[in-house]
Design a protein around this ligand. Structure first.
Ligand code: FES
Length: 576
């Protein structure tokens, strides 16, 4: 039932009233050709669009924005499109992760500073989902998330190609001399062949699935391929629904709860989601005032079977997942592990949303009795090398490496690693542990996706395809291997990872959730005393703001001044 009437609309503080300011606002809306009948007394819906010519995953967003507008008009709202920082995974350097918080700030302030009653958030490429949601949570006006949808399966001579995962796989084959330049070039033509985000269960698919489980999308929205006509219809439905949500005053704070975040973690484990999701979920929960401890991920991982048979941990791609019933069918399969009474933007509960779902392919979405893996896709490690935690995706690693002791081969920077990794005289064998330092939130900077360090060429030729690798970087959700990531605190600020030296023995035990450096405390103290920290990476600009305020990985890498309690006043409009 509507809770609001036109006089309670937030936008009325701009357009209502008989004074100079309100006159200006109305006359400027009319400047665009609109009449009072178009906007007076109607919910103003901000469509936050992360389209750009370089955000290749969102190349259909200009059309989709029009389709959202169609729905807003149909429901009696007034749509306005607001372009926002198009954080794209492919082109942004040094790392798009540096700009997630930028998008979050921009989203919040676009909504706050203008006459907006509700928002449709258009994202999908990795960081856009958490960035848009973080901003909308902090602003807390009614908001609905419109996921970009995955692209179609890649194709190369009849073979299915998956974003990222098959790039890494075939790049290693090329370095090992098993793929020709011509074949490599053919793959370049076939691996990304439609609009939409990466179609493996990488970070994009993980985060849009999480947005749906949290209750922030329409039911089933996250699984629809970007180019499917159902995606257009879903966009229009978002437009209609957000207008209703404004009248109902249904805000993120009415939807998100400790239980909905538990649901999100459970789903993340069941889909074999990206390790990046841990950082983003901690940051998202922080915006609601909830503190998600890394232990919570491990606790839920232990009890949650991974049932999605999707790359990089499994076999299939998001297009197959959609045809198999999509996320709703998967959630129905694990419904005993979920809080089914959580609210969603649709006005119904999560349980009601998944009830009609049908599982159409039990090979793509496995049953809990026949899972891809008995426990979840992510494990949290602690030890003297990671006092505040580290992350590994055991389901995407060779099992023999999950409990391993080996000597360290240390690279002090990514450049050093690139320069040395393929040297024939590098002292390394298949039992070595590759260590990359200074690749964390401040050291990278921006915690780039460097964590899947390449296997040295001479070992590739011997048939080695996986090794233990440790860093304070992230890795792409499409990556795989025994990669220990997000080591916290990071080496750049003096975390223990900084003090690993060539030949030190490192013990990884996924069974015991342990990551230890077998070096005495006295020796580590001596190395620390000799250490000279590097200067900050930035002296001015956004980089300096980032440097001053970004938190460590286990805290979600949000800015400290955004993830804290306190009032942010509504702007005064001087129209009433
Ligand atoms: Fe956009 Fe992978 S590059 S989701």
């Amino acid at each position: 039932m509507p809770k609001k009437s036109p006089e309670h609309l937030r936008s009325r503080r701009w357009f209502g009233g008989d004074n100079l300011r309100a006159f200006t606002h109305r006359s400027r809306a009319k400047q665009m050709g609109y009449a009072l009948e178009d906007f007076a007394g109607k919910p103003v819906i901000g469509i936050i669009n992360t389209w750009s010519d370089l955000t290749t995953c969102h190349s259909h967003f200009r059309t989709r924005a029009d389709e959202v507008k169609r729905g807003v008009w149909q429901a009696g709202g007034f749509p306005v499109e607001l372009p926002a920082m198009p954080v794209n995974e492919t082109f942004m350097k040094p790392s798009p992760m540096m700009y997630r918080n930028f998008l979050a700030m921009e989203t919040e302030e676009l909504l706050r500073s203008q006459p907006i009653d509700g928002a449709v958030l258009m994202g999908g490429c990795d960081k856009t989902t958490p960035g848009l949601l973080m901003g909308a949570i902090s602003m807390n006006v009614p908001a609905i998330y419109l996921p970009a949808g995955p692209m179609l399966r890649g194709n190369w001579n009849g073979q299915v190609l998956g974003s990222g995962s098959d790039v890494w796989k075939y790049w290693d084959e090329k370095r090992a001399g098993r793929i020709t330049d011509c074949e490599w070039s053919e793959m370049e033509d076939g691996i990304a062949r439609s609009p939409g985000h990466c179609m493996t269960m990488g970070t994009a698919s993980t985060m849009t699935s999480i947005a749906e489980v949290l209750g922030m999308t329409l039911p089933g929205a996250s699984s629809i391929p970007a180019v499917d006509a159902n995606h257009s219809r879903m966009a229009t439905s978002c437009g209609r629904r957000i207008v209703e949500m404004v009248w109902e005053d249904l805000k993120p704070s009415d939807i998100l709860s400790a239980e909905s975040f538990e649901n999100a973690i459970t789903a993340d484990m069941a889909i074999g989601g990206s390790t990046n999701a841990i950082i983003h979920l901690v940051a998202l929960a922080g915006r609601t005032g909830l503190k998600l401890e890394l232990e919570k991920f491990d606790e839920i991982s232990h009890r949650t079977p991974m049932v999605a048979n999707l790359r990089p941990s499994g076999q299939y791609l998001m297009e197959d997942f959609y045809y198999a019933g999509g996320l709703r069918a998967l959630l129905k399969e694990i419904r005993d592990l979920l809080h089914l009474d959580c609210a969603t933007v649709s006005g119904t509960t999560l349980g009601q949303n998944i009830e009609p779902a049908r599982l159409c392919n039990p090979e793509v979405i496995r049953s809990t009795k026949n899972p891809v893996s008995a426990s979840g896709g992510t494990a949290i490690l602690y030890g003297n090398l990671a006092p505040d935690g580290a992350v590994i995706k055991p389901t995407a690693a060779e099992p023999r490496l999950l409990n391993h002791v080996g000597p360290a081969v240390v690279f002090k920077s990514y450049d050093e690693m690139l320069a040395e990794i393929d040297h024939e005289d590098l002292v390394v064998d298949e039992n070595s542990v590759l260590v990359l330092q200074n690749a964390g939130p401040l050291g990278g900077p921006g915690m780039p996706e460097w964590g899947m360090l390449p296997i040295p060429k001479k070992l590739l030729r011997q048939g080695v395809r996986d090794m233990v690798r440790i860093s304070d970087a992230r890795m792409s959700g499409t990556s795989y291997g025994a990669c220990v990531l997000h080591v916290s605190p990071e080496s750049f600020v003096g975390g223990p990872l900084q003090f690993v030296r060539n030949g030190d023995l490192i013990e990884l035990s996924v069974t015991n959730r342990k990551l230890d450096l077998r070096v005495t405390a006295d020796e580590l103290a001596r190395r620390r005393a000799d250490w000279k920290p590097q200067p900050p990476r930035y002296e001015r600009g956004f980089g300096a703001l980032y440097t001053a305020h970004v938190t460590q990985a286990h805290l979600g890498c949000d800015f400290d001044f955004l993830n804290r309690e306190g009032d942010t006043p509504e702007p005064v409009t001087y129209c009433q």
